[in-house]
Design a protein around this ligand. Structure first.
Ligand SMILES: Nc1ncnc2c1ncn2[C@@H]1O[C@H](COP(=O)(O)OP(=O)(O)O)[C@@H](O)[C@H]1O
Ligand SMILES: [Mg+2]
Length: 243
């Protein structure tokens, strides 16, 4: 990972990232002016999809995310965090984890860069990653089509491989899993970390995922998810998990 100073803070970027990257690239305005916004995903906040071929030779699609606070503290500060050290900022920690996982061959989005801007003791941050081509998240997929038993099993195996490597995902849920024609990707590693494999956090990740499927089914009763699907996923997960 490389670093450069900017007027307000620092940018961390990867080997393959254009080295003229600057803070404006992390905001939607920069891309809007170039008519390069190709889509967005609106949850509590907006994730932008942009066409980065407007600025680099390669035909890449990128995803821009700004970090926002959750919970009660969000009422005090929507998007500012306490700054201690650059490596510990949400964005740079996520970029570094993604870089490690990507290099290990895990199905995660290719990392591009993180932007951190300080003011006093506080910072704001953004992340750019590559958009996974032809992917949709599991809520989008299951609201239209069912997955086969073998797909549920491969998802279980894929999660076990992350867990065997010690990847703790702080928010494993159905929207943070993407599916393409041939595989499953995990995304959104904010506050994720590499930990010593341990049944306690691994089970907590799995319970969170199960709760998320049940919650989505509660919102949309035609969602193609059943407790049987969970058993298929979970059995394949357990079989692959090293204990
Ligand atoms: N790299 C990516 N490739 C394709 N789609 C993505 C990618 N990153 C995010 N998305 C889509 O955008 C949604 C929101 O992104 P996410 O990073 O999970 O932000 P948040 O959960 O904070 O809203 C995801 O659920 C997914 O549908
Ligand atoms: Mg998410």
């Amino acid at each position: 990972m490389k670093f450069k100073k900017t007027s307000q803070g620092s940018i961390a970027y990867c080997q393959h990232t254009p080295s003229d990257i600057e803070p404006s690239w992390f905001g939607a305005e920069f891309w809007r002016e170039k008519s390069a916004i190709t889509g967005s995903s609106k949850g509590r906040y907006t994730t932008w999809f942009v066409d980065a071929s407007k600025i680099e030779a390669e035909q890449n699609q990128w995803v821009l995310r700004h970090y926002y606070r959750g919970g009660l503290i969000a009422k005090i500060s929507r998007d500012q965090y306490f700054f201690t050290d650059l490596q510990k900022t949400r964005a740079i920690a996520e970029l570094a984890l993604l870089e490690t996982l990507y290099k290990q061959g895990f199905a995660v989005p290719k990392p591009i860069a993180a932007n951190v801007e300080h003011s006093g003791l506080l910072y704001r941050a953004d992340l750019i990653i590559e958009r996974v081509d032809g992917a949709e998240d599991l809520v989008a997929r299951l609201s239209k089509t069912a997955m086969s038993e073998s797909q549920w099993q491969s998802l279980g195996k894929a999660i076990a491989e992350f867990h065997n490597y010690g990847v703790y995902h702080a928010d494993l849920n159905a929207k943070n899993i993407l599916i393409t024609d041939d595989k499953f990707y995990l995304i959104d590693f904010d506050r994720g970390e590499l930990k010593k494999p341990n049944a306690q956090w691994q089970q907590a990740n799995m319970s969170r995922l199960l709760r998320s499927f049940r919650k989505e089914l509660g919102k949309l009763n035609t969602l193609a998810f059943s407790e049987d699907n969970w058993l298929q996923l979970h059995q394949a997960y357990q079989a692959k998990l090293k204990s």
